[in-house]
Design a protein around this ligand. Structure first.
Ligand code: DAT
Ligand code: MG
Length: 152
């Protein structure tokens, strides 16, 4: 099972899209193993986006993600990274496929509503950056799991 960190960014929370966004990951079949509302510190934001530290938009990115509360979510599932990225859509919302979250609800890269981890390795690291072990329920089973995950 892969793990991905999803962040419902400040613009999405402010626009009342939290439920819509959670719904799309749920209906995809991904299992929620952690969920909370937080106001991200600058320290955590800079750590999360460390790979972008030298980019010209880094300051604006940290300002944006720390500007208001976000909903962070840890999801588990087979192919969770690729599936969640597809559900989210391209980084630049005007290029995102219709039917994706960004393609349906966003126009600009600096207001692109949602984050999803970009690799299996980063999924594990990012979930650990935002959730303590006792905030996660990695072992719980849904009664629907056998209808979503084929036994191998
Ligand atoms: P993604 O969020 O799709 O994983 P990313 O990791 O390349 O995209 O970048 C992280 C965030 O940084 C992205 O969601 C929005 C912002 N960003 C990326 N490229 C940008 C650019 N050229 N101008 C402004 N903001 C940008
Ligand atoms: Mg990224």
């Amino acid at each position: 099972m892969e793990r991905t960190l999803i962040i419902v960014k400040p613009d999405a929370v402010q626009r009342g899209l939290t439920g819509e966004i959670i719904k799309r990951f749920e209906q995809r079949g991904l299992r929620i193993i952690g969920l909370k509302l937080i106001h991200m510190s600058r320290e955590l934001a800079e750590k999360h986006y460390d790979v972008h530290r030298e980019r010209p938009f880094f300051g604006a990115l940290v300002d944006y993600i720390t500007s208001a509360p976000v909903v962070v979510m840890a999801l588990e599932g087979t192919n969770a990274i690729a599936a969640a990225r597809q559900t989210i859509g391209s980084t630049r919302p005007h290029e995102a496929a219709a039917g994706s979250i960004r393609g349906d609800f966003a126009l600009e890269v600096g207001r692109n509503l949602v984050h999803g981890s970009d690799s299996v390795e980063n999924g594990l690291v990012e979930v650990a950056n935002f959730f303590r072990d006792d905030e996660l329920l990695p072992a719980w089973q849904r009664n629907t799991d056998p209808w979503i995950f084929e036994a191998r």
